[in-house]
Design a protein around this ligand. Sequence first.
Ligand code: KG4
Ligand code: ZN
Length: 363
Amino acid sequence: MLTLGIETSCDETALALVKDGKLLHSVMATQIDIHALFGGVVPELASREHYRLIGRLYDELLQQAGITAGDIDVVAVSRGPGLLGSLLVGLGFAKGLVAAGRARLVGVNHLHAHLLAPGLEEELEFPAAGLLVSGGHTHVYRICGPDDFTLLGRTLDDAAGEAFDKVAKMLNMPYPGGRFIDQLGRMAEPDSKLFTRPYIDNDNLDFSFSGLKTAVSLYIQKNPQLVLASQDMAPRLFDGSMDVSGLAHLCASFNHTVAETLRIKVERGIDQMQGRGESVRSLIVAGGVAANSRVREAMKAVAQRFGIRLSLPSLFLCTDNGAMVAYAGELLAQKGLSHGLDLDAIPRGQKIPDDYLRMDLNR
Ligand code: KG4
Ligand code: ZN
Protein backbone atom coordinates (compact mmCIF):
# COMPACT_ATOMS: atom_id res chain seq x y z
CA MET A 1 0.00 0.00 0.00
CA LEU A 2 1.54 3.34 -1.08
CA THR A 3 0.37 6.28 1.02
CA LEU A 4 0.95 9.97 0.45
CA GLY A 5 0.89 12.06 3.64
CA ILE A 6 0.10 15.79 3.58
CA GLU A 7 0.80 18.03 6.55
CA THR A 8 -0.22 21.71 6.54
CA SER A 9 -1.70 22.21 10.00
CA CYS A 10 0.66 24.96 11.14
CA ASP A 11 3.83 26.42 9.64
CA GLU A 12 5.35 23.39 7.91
CA THR A 13 4.30 22.31 4.42
CA ALA A 14 5.36 18.67 4.41
CA LEU A 15 4.61 15.69 2.17
CA ALA A 16 5.90 12.14 2.36
CA LEU A 17 5.42 8.71 0.86
CA VAL A 18 5.15 5.66 3.09
CA LYS A 19 4.90 2.08 1.87
CA ASP A 20 4.20 -0.85 4.17
CA GLY A 21 5.36 0.99 7.27
CA LYS A 22 8.54 2.35 5.71
CA LEU A 23 9.27 5.96 4.82
CA LEU A 24 10.27 6.18 1.16
CA HIS A 25 10.68 9.90 0.48
CA SER A 26 9.75 13.19 2.08
CA VAL A 27 9.81 16.89 1.24
CA MET A 28 9.24 19.85 3.51
CA ALA A 29 9.25 23.63 3.46
CA THR A 30 9.32 25.42 6.77
CA GLN A 31 7.96 28.93 7.22
CA ILE A 32 9.87 29.57 10.44
CA ASP A 33 11.81 32.52 8.98
CA ILE A 34 8.64 34.28 7.83
CA HIS A 35 6.84 33.94 11.17
CA ALA A 36 9.98 34.67 13.23
CA LEU A 37 9.69 38.28 12.04
CA PHE A 38 6.39 38.49 13.94
CA GLY A 39 7.40 36.39 16.98
CA GLY A 40 4.76 33.74 16.29
CA VAL A 41 2.76 32.09 13.51
CA VAL A 42 0.59 34.52 11.51
CA PRO A 43 -2.32 32.34 10.28
CA GLU A 44 -3.06 34.29 7.08
CA LEU A 45 0.57 34.19 5.98
CA ALA A 46 0.80 30.50 6.86
CA SER A 47 -2.09 29.49 4.59
CA ARG A 48 -0.80 31.60 1.71
CA GLU A 49 2.62 29.98 1.99
CA HIS A 50 1.11 26.48 2.07
CA TYR A 51 -0.89 27.35 -1.05
CA ARG A 52 2.17 28.76 -2.83
CA LEU A 53 4.33 25.71 -2.09
CA ILE A 54 2.18 22.60 -1.93
CA GLY A 55 1.98 21.97 -5.68
CA ARG A 56 5.71 22.27 -6.27
CA LEU A 57 6.55 20.12 -3.26
CA TYR A 58 4.17 17.44 -4.54
CA ASP A 59 5.85 17.47 -7.98
CA GLU A 60 9.27 17.27 -6.33
CA LEU A 61 8.21 14.33 -4.18
CA LEU A 62 6.84 12.32 -7.09
CA GLN A 63 9.93 13.07 -9.12
CA GLN A 64 12.22 11.92 -6.28
CA ALA A 65 10.25 8.72 -5.90
CA GLY A 66 9.94 8.11 -9.65
CA ILE A 67 6.21 7.48 -9.43
CA THR A 68 3.05 9.01 -10.90
CA ALA A 69 -0.15 10.05 -9.17
CA GLY A 70 -1.82 6.82 -10.31
CA ASP A 71 0.56 4.76 -8.14
CA ILE A 72 -0.79 6.27 -4.90
CA ASP A 73 -3.30 4.07 -3.05
CA VAL A 74 -4.10 6.32 -0.09
CA VAL A 75 -3.97 10.10 0.34
CA ALA A 76 -3.68 10.86 4.06
CA VAL A 77 -4.05 14.45 5.19
CA SER A 78 -3.85 16.23 8.56
CA ARG A 79 -7.45 17.30 9.18
CA GLY A 80 -6.84 18.99 12.55
CA PRO A 81 -6.36 20.29 15.06
CA GLY A 82 -4.55 23.23 13.53
CA LEU A 83 -4.99 26.59 11.85
CA LEU A 84 -8.17 26.37 9.83
CA GLY A 85 -6.94 28.21 6.73
CA SER A 86 -3.76 26.14 6.68
CA LEU A 87 -5.60 22.84 7.10
CA LEU A 88 -7.95 23.76 4.26
CA VAL A 89 -5.02 24.08 1.84
CA GLY A 90 -3.93 20.50 2.60
CA LEU A 91 -7.47 19.16 2.53
CA GLY A 92 -8.28 20.89 -0.76
CA PHE A 93 -5.15 19.48 -2.36
CA ALA A 94 -5.81 15.98 -1.01
CA LYS A 95 -9.40 16.02 -2.21
CA GLY A 96 -8.30 17.14 -5.68
CA LEU A 97 -5.96 14.15 -5.94
CA VAL A 98 -8.61 11.74 -4.71
CA ALA A 99 -11.34 13.13 -6.98
CA ALA A 100 -9.07 12.89 -10.01
CA GLY A 101 -7.69 9.42 -9.36
CA ARG A 102 -8.30 6.10 -7.67
CA ALA A 103 -6.77 6.74 -4.23
CA ARG A 104 -8.71 6.59 -0.97
CA LEU A 105 -8.85 9.66 1.29
CA VAL A 106 -8.00 9.37 5.00
CA GLY A 107 -8.29 12.37 7.32
CA VAL A 108 -5.70 12.07 10.07
CA ASN A 109 -5.77 13.51 13.58
CA HIS A 110 -2.51 15.47 13.68
CA LEU A 111 -1.97 14.72 17.40
CA HIS A 112 -2.47 10.99 16.93
CA ALA A 113 -0.09 11.09 13.96
CA HIS A 114 2.63 12.56 16.21
CA LEU A 115 2.18 9.69 18.68
CA LEU A 116 2.15 6.99 16.00
CA ALA A 117 5.30 8.38 14.33
CA PRO A 118 7.78 6.21 16.27
CA GLY A 119 6.12 3.23 14.57
CA LEU A 120 8.11 4.17 11.46
CA GLU A 121 11.25 3.21 13.35
CA GLU A 122 10.18 0.37 15.63
CA GLU A 123 7.13 -1.72 16.32
CA LEU A 124 4.69 0.04 18.64
CA GLU A 125 3.38 -1.93 21.60
CA PHE A 126 -0.21 -1.36 22.67
CA PRO A 127 -1.79 -0.65 25.10
CA ALA A 128 0.50 2.33 25.58
CA ALA A 129 0.64 5.46 27.67
CA GLY A 130 1.13 8.45 25.35
CA LEU A 131 2.53 11.89 26.04
CA LEU A 132 2.16 14.48 23.31
CA VAL A 133 4.17 17.63 23.97
CA SER A 134 4.06 20.12 21.13
CA GLY A 135 3.73 23.85 20.52
CA GLY A 136 -0.05 23.71 20.87
CA HIS A 137 -0.74 20.66 23.04
CA THR A 138 0.31 18.80 26.16
CA HIS A 139 -1.84 15.67 26.26
CA VAL A 140 -1.68 12.38 28.14
CA TYR A 141 -3.42 9.44 26.48
CA ARG A 142 -4.12 5.79 26.83
CA ILE A 143 -3.57 4.33 23.36
CA CYS A 144 -4.89 0.91 22.42
CA GLY A 145 -4.42 1.14 18.64
CA PRO A 146 -4.13 3.59 15.73
CA ASP A 147 -7.81 4.52 16.03
CA ASP A 148 -8.21 4.03 19.76
CA PHE A 149 -6.99 7.01 21.80
CA THR A 150 -8.45 8.03 25.18
CA LEU A 151 -7.47 11.49 26.42
CA LEU A 152 -6.65 11.36 30.14
CA GLY A 153 -5.12 14.76 30.80
CA ARG A 154 -4.32 18.03 29.07
CA THR A 155 -2.93 21.48 29.69
CA LEU A 156 -5.30 23.98 31.24
CA ASP A 157 -3.41 26.94 29.76
CA ASP A 158 -0.07 27.04 27.90
CA ALA A 159 1.23 23.97 26.14
CA ALA A 160 4.75 22.84 27.07
CA GLY A 161 6.17 24.07 23.76
CA GLU A 162 4.36 27.37 24.15
CA ALA A 163 6.01 27.80 27.57
CA PHE A 164 9.42 27.15 25.99
CA ASP A 165 8.72 29.62 23.19
CA LYS A 166 7.44 32.32 25.56
CA VAL A 167 10.46 32.02 27.84
CA ALA A 168 12.69 32.25 24.76
CA LYS A 169 10.78 35.34 23.68
CA MET A 170 11.33 36.95 27.11
CA LEU A 171 15.04 36.37 26.55
CA ASN A 172 14.77 37.93 23.06
CA MET A 173 15.61 34.69 21.26
CA PRO A 174 14.16 33.99 17.79
CA TYR A 175 10.87 32.09 17.44
CA PRO A 176 10.43 29.17 18.04
CA GLY A 177 12.94 29.27 20.85
CA GLY A 178 12.50 25.84 22.48
CA ARG A 179 15.60 24.45 20.79
CA PHE A 180 17.77 27.36 22.06
CA ILE A 181 16.59 26.82 25.64
CA ASP A 182 17.37 23.11 25.27
CA GLN A 183 20.83 23.68 23.81
CA LEU A 184 21.77 26.32 26.41
CA GLY A 185 20.41 24.15 29.20
CA ARG A 186 22.79 21.37 28.23
CA MET A 187 25.68 23.69 29.11
CA ALA A 188 24.92 23.85 32.87
CA GLU A 189 23.65 21.84 35.79
CA PRO A 190 20.06 22.67 36.77
CA ASP A 191 19.13 24.24 40.08
CA SER A 192 16.10 22.16 41.01
CA LYS A 193 15.05 24.72 43.64
CA LEU A 194 14.98 27.72 41.31
CA PHE A 195 11.46 27.05 40.01
CA THR A 196 8.57 25.15 41.59
CA ARG A 197 7.16 22.26 39.56
CA PRO A 198 3.78 23.65 38.57
CA TYR A 199 0.38 22.09 39.27
CA ILE A 200 1.50 18.74 40.67
CA ASP A 201 -0.14 18.86 44.13
CA ASN A 202 -3.37 17.23 42.95
CA ASP A 203 -4.29 13.79 41.71
CA ASN A 204 -5.12 14.60 38.11
CA LEU A 205 -3.17 14.33 34.85
CA ASP A 206 -3.68 17.92 33.72
CA PHE A 207 -0.94 20.51 33.33
CA SER A 208 -0.67 24.23 33.91
CA PHE A 209 2.50 25.97 32.79
CA SER A 210 1.42 29.60 33.10
CA GLY A 211 2.63 29.92 36.74
CA LEU A 212 6.06 28.63 35.77
CA LYS A 213 6.15 31.14 32.92
CA THR A 214 5.41 33.95 35.41
CA ALA A 215 8.13 32.69 37.77
CA VAL A 216 10.65 32.77 34.91
CA SER A 217 9.47 36.23 33.93
CA LEU A 218 10.07 37.51 37.50
CA TYR A 219 13.51 35.90 37.52
CA ILE A 220 14.38 37.63 34.24
CA GLN A 221 13.12 40.97 35.57
CA LYS A 222 15.56 40.58 38.46
CA ASN A 223 18.34 39.54 36.07
CA PRO A 224 17.85 41.80 33.03
CA GLN A 225 21.42 41.20 31.82
CA LEU A 226 20.23 37.76 30.64
CA VAL A 227 18.08 39.26 27.87
CA LEU A 228 19.83 39.29 24.48
CA ALA A 229 20.37 42.81 23.17
CA SER A 230 19.31 41.66 19.71
CA GLN A 231 17.87 38.49 18.18
CA ASP A 232 20.79 38.46 15.72
CA MET A 233 23.00 37.45 18.65
CA ALA A 234 21.35 34.01 18.90
CA PRO A 235 23.92 32.18 16.71
CA ARG A 236 26.70 33.62 18.92
CA LEU A 237 25.27 31.84 21.97
CA PHE A 238 27.07 28.68 20.95
CA ASP A 239 30.31 29.83 19.33
CA GLY A 240 32.16 30.60 22.57
CA SER A 241 32.23 34.36 21.95
CA MET A 242 29.82 35.21 24.79
CA ASP A 243 29.61 34.38 28.48
CA VAL A 244 26.38 32.41 28.57
CA SER A 245 26.76 30.86 32.04
CA GLY A 246 23.83 32.83 33.56
CA LEU A 247 21.56 31.95 30.64
CA ALA A 248 22.65 28.32 30.72
CA HIS A 249 21.84 28.14 34.44
CA LEU A 250 18.35 29.58 33.87
CA CYS A 251 17.66 27.34 30.85
CA ALA A 252 18.94 24.17 32.57
CA SER A 253 16.70 24.87 35.56
CA PHE A 254 13.67 25.64 33.38
CA ASN A 255 14.24 22.52 31.24
CA HIS A 256 14.57 20.47 34.41
CA THR A 257 11.34 21.82 35.94
CA VAL A 258 9.31 21.16 32.77
CA ALA A 259 10.79 17.67 32.36
CA GLU A 260 10.17 16.78 36.02
CA THR A 261 6.58 18.03 35.80
CA LEU A 262 5.97 15.89 32.73
CA ARG A 263 7.64 12.91 34.45
CA ILE A 264 5.45 13.19 37.54
CA LYS A 265 2.21 13.34 35.56
CA VAL A 266 3.14 10.53 33.18
CA GLU A 267 4.14 8.29 36.11
CA ARG A 268 0.86 9.15 37.79
CA GLY A 269 -1.01 8.30 34.60
CA ILE A 270 0.64 4.88 34.35
CA ASP A 271 0.08 4.26 38.08
CA GLN A 272 -3.60 5.11 37.65
CA MET A 273 -4.01 2.87 34.60
CA GLN A 274 -2.33 -0.03 36.32
CA GLY A 275 -4.41 0.66 39.45
CA ARG A 276 -7.53 0.17 37.30
CA GLY A 277 -6.12 -3.15 36.12
CA GLU A 278 -5.30 -1.79 32.64
CA SER A 279 -2.08 -3.11 31.19
CA VAL A 280 0.50 -0.63 29.88
CA ARG A 281 3.14 -2.18 27.65
CA SER A 282 4.92 0.93 26.47
CA LEU A 283 5.31 4.68 26.78
CA ILE A 284 5.12 6.72 23.58
CA VAL A 285 6.38 10.31 23.70
CA ALA A 286 6.04 12.63 20.72
CA GLY A 287 5.71 16.23 19.51
CA GLY A 288 8.30 19.00 19.16
CA VAL A 289 9.17 19.09 22.87
CA ALA A 290 10.00 15.36 22.74
CA ALA A 291 13.18 16.61 21.02
CA ASN A 292 14.22 18.20 24.34
CA SER A 293 17.17 16.38 25.88
CA ARG A 294 15.97 16.60 29.49
CA VAL A 295 12.46 15.52 28.54
CA ARG A 296 13.96 12.53 26.74
CA GLU A 297 16.02 11.60 29.82
CA ALA A 298 13.02 12.00 32.13
CA MET A 299 10.90 9.72 29.93
CA LYS A 300 13.67 7.09 29.85
CA ALA A 301 13.53 7.12 33.65
CA VAL A 302 9.75 6.58 33.60
CA ALA A 303 9.99 3.62 31.24
CA GLN A 304 12.77 2.12 33.36
CA ARG A 305 10.78 2.53 36.57
CA PHE A 306 7.82 0.62 35.12
CA GLY A 307 9.92 -1.81 33.08
CA ILE A 308 8.10 -0.91 29.86
CA ARG A 309 9.32 -0.06 26.37
CA LEU A 310 9.94 3.62 25.55
CA SER A 311 9.05 4.70 22.01
CA LEU A 312 10.68 8.03 21.35
CA PRO A 313 10.94 9.12 17.72
CA SER A 314 14.17 10.41 16.18
CA LEU A 315 14.44 14.18 16.24
CA PHE A 316 13.25 14.63 12.62
CA LEU A 317 10.02 12.78 13.48
CA CYS A 318 9.34 14.81 16.66
CA THR A 319 8.41 18.10 14.99
CA ASP A 320 5.72 18.40 12.30
CA ASN A 321 6.38 16.24 9.25
CA GLY A 322 4.61 14.48 6.40
CA ALA A 323 5.89 11.00 7.25
CA MET A 324 3.86 10.74 10.45
CA VAL A 325 0.69 11.68 8.56
CA ALA A 326 1.35 9.16 5.81
CA TYR A 327 2.11 6.44 8.37
CA ALA A 328 -0.98 7.14 10.51
CA GLY A 329 -3.07 7.20 7.30
CA GLU A 330 -1.66 3.86 6.23
CA LEU A 331 -2.49 2.27 9.60
CA LEU A 332 -6.06 3.59 9.44
CA ALA A 333 -6.51 2.50 5.82
CA GLN A 334 -5.26 -0.99 6.74
CA LYS A 335 -8.10 -1.10 9.27
CA GLY A 336 -10.58 -0.31 6.49
CA LEU A 337 -11.07 3.32 7.57
CA SER A 338 -11.36 6.23 5.15
CA HIS A 339 -13.26 9.46 4.49
CA GLY A 340 -15.43 10.85 1.74
CA LEU A 341 -14.90 14.13 -0.08
CA ASP A 342 -17.03 15.83 2.59
CA LEU A 343 -14.14 15.49 5.09
CA ASP A 344 -14.02 18.58 7.31
CA ALA A 345 -11.02 20.45 8.70
CA ILE A 346 -11.17 20.81 12.48
CA PRO A 347 -9.55 23.89 14.05
CA ARG A 348 -7.69 23.86 17.34
CA GLY A 349 -9.94 23.59 20.39
CA GLN A 350 -12.67 21.55 18.68
CA LYS A 351 -13.17 17.83 19.10
CA ILE A 352 -12.24 15.68 16.11
CA PRO A 353 -15.25 13.51 15.23
CA ASP A 354 -15.07 9.77 14.70
CA ASP A 355 -16.61 10.01 11.23
CA TYR A 356 -14.69 7.36 9.29
CA LEU A 357 -16.27 5.39 6.50
CA ARG A 358 -15.74 1.77 7.56
CA MET A 359 -14.98 -0.89 4.99
CA ASP A 360 -15.80 -4.47 5.95
CA LEU A 361 -12.41 -6.16 5.58
CA ASN A 362 -13.88 -9.65 5.96
CA ARG A 363 -16.10 -9.46 2.91
O1 KG4 B 1 5.09 19.35 17.27
P1 KG4 B 1 5.60 20.66 16.79
O2 KG4 B 1 6.62 20.67 15.67
O3 KG4 B 1 4.47 21.58 16.29
C1 KG4 B 1 3.20 21.61 16.82
O4 KG4 B 1 2.36 20.79 16.35
O5 KG4 B 1 3.02 22.43 17.73
O6 KG4 B 1 6.20 21.40 18.08
C2 KG4 B 1 6.79 22.66 18.01
C3 KG4 B 1 7.21 23.06 19.41
C4 KG4 B 1 7.69 24.50 19.52
O7 KG4 B 1 7.09 25.09 20.64
C5 KG4 B 1 9.20 24.35 19.71
O8 KG4 B 1 9.82 25.40 20.42
C6 KG4 B 1 9.26 23.06 20.50
O9 KG4 B 1 8.29 22.23 19.87
N1 KG4 B 1 10.58 22.44 20.44
C7 KG4 B 1 11.36 22.24 21.52
C8 KG4 B 1 12.55 21.63 21.07
N2 KG4 B 1 12.46 21.46 19.71
C9 KG4 B 1 11.23 21.96 19.34
N3 KG4 B 1 11.15 22.54 22.82
C10 KG4 B 1 12.12 22.20 23.70
N4 KG4 B 1 13.29 21.61 23.34
C11 KG4 B 1 13.54 21.31 22.05
N5 KG4 B 1 14.69 20.71 21.69
ZN1 ZN C 1 2.45 19.07 15.55
